[in-house]
Design a protein around this ligand. Structure first.
Ligand code: AMP
Length: 143
């Protein structure tokens, strides 16, 4: 798979993968990283990203898609245990027109209902980092 023409290697998730920006990691393997969303649309909102250069779904190599959804299943299982609920919203935005704000492919896993989702990527709704760290640890321990 060729590098997407519009991939910015300095986007915020590329920096997270390179360790240049901190994150609250829930799970990591050779192809994927899962970490807490710092502007959660519900408590326990996790993002799963591939360790390859892809802006959106159409850029994703099949082996990374497989790895992303294997990791997503692990995260969803952990969220179900920690939050004692079945309902998990799975979301993924393609292009700015759809509301995408970070241009590195990512799947959102949000333990809530479509009817109670909070606003998306709202800068003044950053969660407490102590709480995010605690949730990341609880989720990691439940995988
Ligand atoms: P999207 O609009 O689908 O591209 O979603 C990007 C998501 O990344 C939003 O839910 C943001 O809250 C989240 N986000 C932005 N910066 C960070 C960061 N440094 N660490 C964790 N999540 C972030």
């Amino acid at each position: 798979m060729n590098k997407p023409l519009n991939y910015d290697a300095n986007n915020i998730f590329a920096k997270i993968i390179k360790g240049e920006i901190p994150n609250h990691t829930v799970y990591e393997d050779d192809k994927t990283l899962a970490f807490m969303d710092i502007m959660p649309m519900a408590e326990g909102h996790v993002l799963v990203i591939p360790k390859c250069e892809a802006v959106e779904l159409s850029d994703m190599p099949a082996d990374y898609l497989k790895a992303i959804f294997e990791t997503a299943q692990k995260i969803m299982g952990a969220q179900r245990k920690v939050f004692e609920r079945d309902g998990i919203v799975q979301m993924q935005l393609n292009s700015e027109q759809a509301g995408q704000t970070v241009f590195h492919y990512h799947v959102h896993l949000i333990p809530t209902s479509i009817h109670t989702l909070r606003e998306h990527a709202t800068l003044n709704q950053q969660a407490d980092h102590g709480k995010l760290a605690e949730l990341a640890q609880r989720l990691a321990e439940s995988i």
